[in-house]
Design a protein around this ligand. Structure first.
Ligand code: 4AD
Ligand code: MG
Length: 462
C-alpha cells in the first residue's frame, strides 16, 4: 500500500480507511496491554497517534521502537477518544526501518537549549521547533519566486565565483586552486594569480547585484536569489559568513519606486506566511515568542515610516539614552541605533534614506547636495537592517569618478561601467537577507537557528 503523508492523512483521510504511514517516533507511552506512539513524518507539525495492541505484536520489535526510531505502520484510521486529535491509527502491521538507541539518541523528550541543538544540527530537524522553522523557510523561498514571477520579474542566476567586489568592503573569501604551501610570487613578492585556475584573483560573491544590474538593463525587471558570502568577523545573532540574499533590480525605478516595492514585497511575504504556515506559526507563537503573531499582523497593517538619515541622526542625538557607539552625522548607524528608532521611537518598521556617501557603496546614486546618496535601508523590529538597497548611479562620469575616489580597481569594473556607456537608464534595486526575514517571521532569536547548517567564524561543521 502506498505511503500517505501525515499532513494529507489528517486533512483528508476518512475514518475507516486503511493507510500506510512512515515516520519517526516522537514519544511512546502506555501500559502492558497497549502502547501509544506519536509518529511524525515532517510533512506537518502534527503527529499521528498510533495505537498498538501489545499482545498482537512481537515483544522484541516493540522494545526497539523507542524515541527517534523510524517505522512504517499499516493500520486503520479510527476516531480518537483521546485529547488533542480527531483520529488515530490502529496498527495492524509495524515494520522497523531503523532503531535509535535510547541510551545515546540525543533527542530524548526533555527540552534542549538552542546551543545544544546547534551541536546536533544533523538531528535538530526532528524537533517541533526546527521542523516548523524549516517548513516556513521553504514556504518563504517559494513565495519569493511566486511574488516576482507574478509581477513579471525574471530569475537571473548570477555567479557565485567573481573577480570583483560588489560592496567594495573587501570582506571576501578567496577562491583558488593554488598550493597554499607554495604560492607563486611575482616581481614585487605579491601573489602571481596568472597561474591560478582562473588566471586572476577570484572570490566568493558578496552580492549578485552588479551582474543583476546587467540583466535589468535588458530584461527590465530581474531578481537573484542565491547564496552570498562575507568574511566579516562578526559574531552576532544576525550575521552569517554564508547567507542567502534576494536581490531584485529594476530598470526605470527611482528610489521611491524602490521603497514601494520593498514594502509591498515584505508585507506580501508576511501575509503569505500567515495564510500558509498557520500551524507552524501558532506553535512558534506559543513556544518561542508570545508576541510573534501580533507583531506579524502589526507590520502588514501599518505603513512603514520613511525618513532621511539626517533626520534619524537628529532623533538619536536628542534621545535620552547612553549609546555604546557614538551618534553623529557621518557615522554609520549601529544595531542599537536602528533598533531604537524602530522599537522605541516609531514602534514600526522604518525606511531610512539618503545616507552620507562615505559610509555607502560606490554604485549608489549621488544626490545634488554632494554629500549624500540615494540609499535605503529597511529596519525591522527585533532585527535592525533587513533590507539594504539604493537607486544606482547611472551617469558614466559620476560613477567612474566615485570608483576612482574610493580607490577601487577600475579595471575590475569595465563591464559594469559599459552599461552606463551604452543605453544607460535610471534603475534601482535592493537586497533582502533571507535569514533575517526568516528570523522575523519565525520569532527565533539567533540567525544560526534559521539556516540548516550555519557558517560562522570558526564554525563549518556538517
Ligand atoms: O546591505 P547589504 O550589504 O547590501 C548589498 O549587498 C547590496 N548589494 C544589495 C542590493 O542592493 N542588491 O546586504 C543586504 C542585506 C542586509 O540588509 C541584510 O539583511 C543581509 O543582506 N545581510 C546579511 N545577512 C546575514 N549575515 C550577514 N553577514 C549579512 N550581511 C548582509
Ligand atoms: Mg547594508
Amino acid at each position: 500500500m502506498k505511503r500517505i503523508k501525515i499532513k494529507e492523512l489528517l486533512s483528508s483521510s476518512p475514518v475507516g480507511s486503511d493507510v500506510t504511514v512512515k515516520g519517526w517516533v516522537r514519544t511512546k507511552r502506555g501500559n502492558k496491554n497497549i502502547a501509544f506512539i506519536a509518529l511524525n513524518d515532517g510533512s506537518t507539525i502534527n503527529n499521528i497517534q498510533v495505537v498498538v495492541d501489545i499482545p498482537d505484536f512481537d515483544e522484541n520489535l516493540l522494545k526497539d521502537i523507542s524515541i527517534g526510531a523510524c517505522i512504517c505502520v499499516k493500520g486503520k484510521l479510527v476516531e480518537s477518544h483521546g485529547q488533542g486529535q480527531a483520529v488515530e491509527l490502529n496498527a495492524k502491521e509495524i515494520f522497523l526501518y531503523g532503531k535509535a538507541d535510547a541510551d545515546t539518541y540525543p533527542l530524548q523528550k526533555k527540552g534542549h537549549s538552542m546551543e545544544f541543538m546547534r551541536e546536533i544540527a544533523h538531528l535538530r530537524f526532528r524537533t517541533n521547533t526546527f521542523g516548523a522553522v524549516f517548513r516556513i523557510r521553504h514556504a518563504m523561498a517559494f513565495a519569493i519566486h511566486k511574488y516576482f514571477n507574478d509581477k513579471g520579474f525574471f530569475y537571473l542566476h548570477t555567479p557565485i565565483i567573481t573577480g570583483s567586489d560588489t560592496e567594495g568592503a573587501g570582506e571576501m573569501f578567496h577562491v583558488t586552486t593554488m598550493d597554499l604551501n607554495n604560492i607563486p610570487k611575482g616581481e614585487n613578492k605579491t601573489v602571481d594569480y596568472s597561474t591560478d585556475f582562473f588566471g586572476k584573483e577570484t572570490n566568493l560573491t558578496v552580492s549578485g547585484q552588479l551582474e543583476g544590474e546587467l540583466g535589468a538593463m535588458a530584461l527590465g525587471d530581474i531578481y537573484t536569489f542565491g547564496p552570498t558570502f562575507r568574511a566579516e568577523n562578526s559574531n552576532t545573532p544576525r550575521h552569517l559568513a554564508e547567507f542567502w540574499m534576494i536581490e531584485p533590480e529594476m530598470a526605470f525605478y527611482d528610489i521611491r519606486d524602490n521603497m514601494d516595492l520593498a514594502e509591498d514585497f515584505l508585507k506580501y511575504l508576511i501575509r503569505y506566511a500567515l495564510d500558509n504556515c498557520k500551524e507552524d506559526l501558532e506553535f512558534l507563537n506559543s513556544m518561542i515568542d508570545k508576541n510573534l503573531l501580533e507583531r506579524l499582523n502589526f507590520v502588514i497593517s501599518n505603513e512603514f515610516v520613511r525618513l532621511s538619515y539626517t533626520e534619524a541622526v537628529d532623533i538619536l542625538t536628542a534621545a535620552d539614552r547612553k549609546w555604546d557607539y557614538p551618534v553623529g552625522w557621518g557615522r554609520d548607524l549601529q544595531a542599537e541605533h536602528e533598533r531604537y528608532l524602530v522599537e522605541q521611537h516609531f514602534k514600526r518598521p522604518v525606511i531610512l534614506t539618503d545616507y552620507p556617501k562615505e559610509i555607502k557603496a560606490f554604485y549608489m546614486k549621488q544626490n545634488d547636495d554632494g554629500k549624500t546618496v540615494k540609499a535605503m535601508d529597511v529596519l525591522f523590529p527585533g532585527i535592525g537592517e533587513i533590507i539594504g538597497g539604493s537607486q544606482r548611479e547611472e551617469i558614466y562620469e559620476k560613477l567612474l569618478a566615485r570608483i576612482r575616489e574610493m580607490k577601487l580597481k577600475e579595471q575590475d569594473y569595465w563591464w559594469y561601467l559599459e552599461t552606463r556607456k551604452y543605453g544607460t537608464a535610471p534603475h534601482s534595486g535592493f537586497g533582502l537577507g533571507f535569514e533575517r526575514l526568516i528570523l522575523f517571521i519565525t520569532g527565533m532569536s539567533n540567525i544560526r537557528d534559521v539556516i540548516p547548517f550555519p557558517r560562522t567564524p570558526k564554525n563549518a561543521e556538517f
